[in-house]
Write a protein that binds this ligand. Structure first.
Ligand SMILES: Cc1ncc(COP(=O)(O)O)c(C=O)c1O
Length: 404
């Protein structure tokens, strides 16, 4: 057994899995929706509230403590994502990060935004609002169809126009589990010569905490992520990476006391120049500590590359098992490259009834509307037994025929 195998098999051991109390009463495959909170995270949230009540909650000591812990969260996120603390803004979620970027650009009527056909409705809603407010245009390029062969970078290249200002892509597609070749996509955008340099906003909802991300190598413009999915942090804490080259031109839209600098009389003197420029005001700070504690648990299991490898081993195990079931069709025809495995039930497309029925029996998955399928997510600490139990359950259900 290699050192990696040993470390990673420990992360699937009952002892390690005990760190996540929520795995005990169910078989959970919804990490792409929301991760399971480690006990250490719950403890950190509670003890932070207790500390703040004891020493504040508003006091010089409590406020200094909050500042120190916020700085540490930025450090932990920077380490996980391969960037520096100044590039990071702490947000509430992915959508908040996308809003900062999308409202922060200096849009002119007629500017064009290109996105893939696999983006999240919540993010598309922002774009619709920009169309309404600024008269921009947008188009959608067919990336879903590249799942089993053709080149997504080429598709994006073909859909850029001289008016394209921004390309919006997800790093890891939430519906089919495809990992997009982000580095190549960014390169194509950099090389395109239109009216503007084409910038790239990445929806990292599914990639942060699951892929081994190195932002300094990717050279992306904006990367919006959350702590509550693959990082298994509490809901309500996320982040946004802004490339230092882009930062000066991105204007804050919602603003407040956390984003400004002060003079001697406490008056506003200007805007902060790092990522905190886009932060607004009071947050649920104990949740920050919850996310830090979750990240520490992951780091105790291995680095992001090792965890990613284990995620892939698990999802390949699931994918191979699903491929053995005649009634099941996995959307991806080659082994998964991340934790999301999407499949359809050939003879019975009422997937929501399948998911409902599985949930009643303790197996948590979700449906995806487009393409119509069921999605199962494996984390690095998902155990082989859990995967086998799910496979057995699906075989059982598919042999019964319709489950209505
Ligand atoms: C690809 C993608 N984008 C955005 C979101 C929305 O995330 P949040 O609630 O953190 O804004 C999700 C949530 O499932 C998602 O999968």
């Amino acid at each position: 057994m290699t050192e990696f195998d040993l470390a990673m098999s420990l992360s699937q051991s009952p002892e390690f899995r005990q760190k996540f109390p929520g795995v005990n009463n169910k078989v959970y495959f919804n990490y792409g929706g929301q991760g399971i909170l480690p006990r250490a995270s719950l403890d950190a949230i509670l003890s932070t509230y207790q500390f703040l009540e004891e020493h504040g909650p508003f006091s010089i000591q409590a406020n200094a403590w909050i500042q120190e812990k916020t700085a540490l969260l930025r450090q932990d996120l920077a380490k996980e994502l391969g960037t520096t603390t100044e590039t990071l803004t702490i947000t509430d979620n992915v959508t908040a990060g996308c809003n900062i970027v999308l409202w922060g650009l200096d849009w002119q009527a007629g500017d064009h935004l290109l996105m893939t056909d696999c983006e999240h409705p919540g993010v598309i809603a922002i774009i619709e609002a920009l169309v309404d407010r600024f008269g921009i245009t947008y188009s959608t390029c067919p990336i879903a169809a590249t799942l089993n062969g053709s080149d997504p970078t080429q598709v994006i290249r073909e859909h850029l126009t001289p008016k394209t200002r921004l390309v919006l892509v997800s790093h890891l597609l939430w519906n089919t589990g495809q990992v997009l070749p982000l580095k190549e996509i960014i390169e194509v955008c950099r090389q395109y010569s239109g009216e503007y340099p084409v910038q790239v906003l990445v929806d990292a909802a599914q990639s942060a905490g699951s892929l081994a991300v190195n932002l300094s190598e990717l050279d992306v413009d904006y990367y919006a992520f959350t702590g509550h999915k693959w990082f298994c942090g509490p809901s309500g804490v996320g982040g946004l990476y802004v490339n230092p080259l882009r930062s000066p031109e991105l204007r804050p839209t919602y603003v407040g006391w956390r984003g400004i600098t002060y003079g001697k009389q406490g008056e506003m003197t200007g805007w902060k120049t790092d990522g905190s420029r886009f932060e607004i005001a009071t947050s649920a700070y104990p949740q920050f500590e919850g996310l830090r504690a979750a990240i520490a648990v992951h780091q105790s299991a291995g680095n992001s590359q090792e965890r990613y490898q284990k995620i892939c081993q698990n999802s390949v195990h699931l994918w191979e098992g699903l491929n053995q079931i005649p009634e099941i069709n996995c959307l991806k025809k080659t082994p998964p490259e991340a934790g999301l495995v999407s499949f359809e039930v050939k003879s019975d497309f009422s997937h929501h009834i399948w998911v409902q029925s599985l949930e009643k029996e303790g197996f948590f998955l979700r449906t995806i509307a487009s393409p119509n399928c069921i999605r199962a997510c494996c984390h690095y600490f998902t155990s082989p037994q859990e995967i086998d139990e799910l496979l057995t359950k699906i075989v059982e259900k598919s042999q019964k025929g319709t489950i209505h």
